[in-house]
Design a binder for this molecule. Structure first.
Ligand SMILES: Cc1cc2nc3c(=O)[nH]c(=O)nc-3n(C[C@H](O)[C@H](O)[C@H](O)COP(=O)(O)OP(=O)(O)OC[C@H]3O[C@@H](n4cnc5c(N)ncnc54)[C@H](O)[C@@H]3O)c2cc1C
Length: 223
């Protein structure tokens, strides 16, 4: 979706650095300027004085004094390509953080949460895990190749299952939705799904058929 920024904050937002994870995926770190933020929210980000911006989930944690976003460059795209070329000191424009893909207090304190992502859809989940060290989570991450298991070492490996459809480097060889079909499902947990709409619809249906109620499923669609 194309956005124009109507930024009401006056402080400039400066790029701190770009960390390249693969040829196409990178983490952009920039000034937070003390803005309030709840893990799971996204920002609308663009280059200063350019009339184009996109939504990106915040990848950093609530207690970090900077913001990070995890972006995959879309070859036929516009903004994801241009943000990749930024250098420390470049100026950004931003709206937000916005959105309600956040954890409620009882999820954080007592509920088991299953975090299901494709690709960069893992971004809000890294923010949850980084913000709430005692979170009772399990991540299911679906990617094509093992090198897209972005910052895998940031997670407790007992709580992280990688599904790789294009090679055998994951814990499961195949699509994330096939893993869900073949695996026993905890019907008492809260489910959070993030990534492309096809995976979310398919996973929603599988979980629902296996007995997870719709009120225990929460989704954020990227594209
Ligand atoms: C709430 C929300 C949060 C988001 N968070 C993230 C995030 O954390 N990281 C991230 O990389 N993206 C995220 N996105 C997607 C992001 O906003 C842009 O759509 C993406 O970066 C492409 O922008 P672009 O200008 O480069 O391409 P565009 O010119 O906008 O799009 C070109 C085409 O690429 C498709 N597309 C968009 N994203 C992808 C993708 N990841 N892989 C393949 N095709 C894609 C679009 O549907 C479109 O057909 C999020 C989207 C939403 C709605």
């Amino acid at each position: 979706m194309t956005h124009l920024i109507t930024d009401t904050f006056t402080k400039p937002i400066t790029v701190i650095g770009v960390r390249h994870l693969t040829d196409s995926a990178y983490v952009l770190r920039f000034d937070r300027n003390d803005r309030p933020f709840s893990a799971g929210q996204h920002v609308i980000l663009g280059i200063k004085n350019e009339n184009n911006a996109r939504e990106y989930s915040v990848y950093s944690g609530e207690n970090d004094d900077y913001f990070e976003v995890l972006i995959k460059e879309v070859i036929e795209g516009d903004v994801s390509k241009r943000l990749k070329k930024l250098k420390p000191g470049s100026q950004l424009q931003m709206d937000g953080p916005l959105g309600f893909f956040t954890l409620e207090t009882d999820h954080i304190l007592s509920k088991r949460v299953i975090l299901i992502a494709t690709g960069t859809g893992i971004a809000p989940f890294r923010s949850y895990v980084r913000s709430f060290p005692d979170l009772n989570y399990h991540i299911l991450h679906g990617v094509r190749h093992g090198n897209e298991a972005y910052d895998r070492e940031n997670y407790d490996q007992q709580r992280y299952t990688l599904c790789t459809s294009g090679d055998q480097s994951g814990n499961y060889h195949g699509r994330l939705t096939d893993y869900l079909r073949e695996t026993e499902i905890d019907t008492t947990a809260q489910y959070f799904l993030c990534g492309n709409v096809k995976m979310i619809h398919e996973a929603f249906d599988i979980l629902n058929i296996k007995g997870v109620s719709q009120e225990n499923m929460h989704a954020e669609v990227y594209f």
